[in-house]
Design a protein around this ligand. Structure first.
Ligand SMILES: [Zn+2]
Length: 300
C-alpha cells in the first residue's frame, strides 16, 4: 500500500516533500518517496500533509478526565476500568496520537491494554506503560503545588538547558479553559514565561498532556499543546511537530519504531488537511490516521 498526499513532513528533514508518499507493508514503512513500488495499491488522500503519528509522553489512561477522576477510579472494577481505558486510548488515536506513554495505572492494566492492541484485532495506539506508580498515600499528581513563588533562577535554567535532559511540559490543555488549581492559575503567566525562557536557553522540550487528571485534559488534548502551548513558548511549527513526534518518541524509548516517517519504522501516520507547517492549527483537521499500518481514521 502506498499512502500519499500533497505534502509529506517526515519529522526529521526540515523541508516538506511535495507529492511524496509512504509505502507500507505488513505494518512497517518500507519506503518514503515520490513513487509507489510496482503493483502497490495507492491511497491518495489529496490535499493533506502526511506526518508521523503524534507521541504523548505523559497520560493516565485510568483517569477519566472528569471532575473526580480518582473517585471514579476507586469505584470501577478492573474489567470496567480496562474498557474505559480502551475508550480513552481510542479517543487519543482518533486525533493522531499513535503512541501513548502511560505514567501510572492500576494493576498493570495499561500493559494489558498494550498487549491487546499489539496482538488483537482492535486497532489501537502503541502504549508504553510504567504500571502502578510508587507514591505515598495521597501523593502523585497535582498535589505538589505550593503557595511558593515561581521566580526562576536564570542560572538554573541554563543548567537545565545544558544538561541534555529532555523536559516534558504538560502544557496541553483545552483552549478557553484554565488549570483547576488556583495557585497555578494565578501563576500561569509567570510559569509560561519560565517555559519560554527555558526554550530560549536551548533546553530540549517536549509537550505532553497529563491527560485524564482533569476535565480540561481529555485524552485527545495533545494537538492543542502543539498549536497552543508550543507556539506560545516560541517554537516554530516545524519545531513543535518535531518535538511531538521524533523527540517525544526518543523520550519514550521507541525511536527505533516510531516518531518519524522512515523505512524500517512502524507505519504510524497522521494525515491532516492543509499544511501545518504554514498554519499549525491544521493539526486539528484530521483526515486519516494509521497505527502500525492499520487504518484507524480515514476514507472507507
Ligand atoms: Zn501525571
Amino acid at each position: 500500500m502506498f499512502i500519499t498526499g500533497r505534502r509529506l513532513f517526515d519529522g526529521r528533514a526540515p523541508e516538506v516533500r511535495e507529492n511524496w508518499g509512504v509505502e507500507v507493508d505488513a505494518g512497517r514503512i518500507v519506503d518514503v518517496g515520490p513513487a509507489p513500488g510496482a503493483g502497490a495499491d495507492v491511497v491518495d488522500l489529496g490535499d493533506v500533509t502526511l506526518l508521523p503519528g503524534l507521541v504523548d509522553v505523559h497520560q493516565h489512561l485510568v483517569f477519566d478526565a472528569s471532575d473526580d477522576p480518582v473517585g471514579h477510579l476507586r469505584a470501577s472494577d478492573d474489567a470496567a476500568l480496562l474498557e474505559q481505558m480502551a475508550g480513552a486510548a481510542q479517543r487519543a488515536l482518533a486525533v493522531g496520537i499513535t503512541t501513548i506513554q502511560d505514567l501510572g495505572d492500576r494493576g498493570y492494566l495499561a500493559l494489558t491494554l498494550r498487549d491487546r492492541f499489539r496482538h488483537g484485532d482492535e486497532v489501537g495506539p502503541r502504549i508504553v506503560a510504567s504500571g502502578p506508580p510508587l507514591t505515598v498515600t495521597g501523593g502523585h499528581c497535582c498535589t505538589f503545588f505550593t503557595a511558593d513563588g515561581v521566580d526562576a533562577d536564570p542560572a538554573v535554567l541554563d543548567q537545565l538547558a545544558g544538561s541534555g535532559t529532555t523536559i516534558s511540559m504538560t502544557g496541553a490543555i483545552l483552549p478557553g479553559t484554565a488549570p483547576p488549581i488556583a495557585a497555578m492559575r494565578q501563576r500561569l503567566g509567570a510559569i509560561r514565561a519560565n517555559h519560554a525562557a527555558l526554550f530560549r536557553a536551548g533546553a530540549r522540550i517536549v509537550c505532553s498532556s497529563d491527560a485524564g487528571v482533569t476535565a480540561t485534559k481529555p485524552h485527545d488534548v495533545l494537538p492543542h499543546g502543539v498549536s497552543g502551548f508550543l507556539s506560545a513558548i516560541g517554537m516554530t511549527s516545524a519545531q513543535a511537530l518535531v518535538a511531538t513526534t521524533a523527540v517525544a518518541a526518543e523520550v519514550c524509548g521507541v525511536a527505533a519504531v516510531a516518531g518519524t516517517l522512515e523505512p524500517g519504522k512502524d507505519a504510524d501516520i497522521l494525515a491532516v488537511a492543509g499544511d501545518p507547517l504554514a498554519d499549525i492549527t491544521a493539526i486539528h483537521d484530521v483526515v486519516a490516521v494509521y497505527a502500525r499500518g492499520r487504518q484507524a481514521v480515514g476514507p472507507t
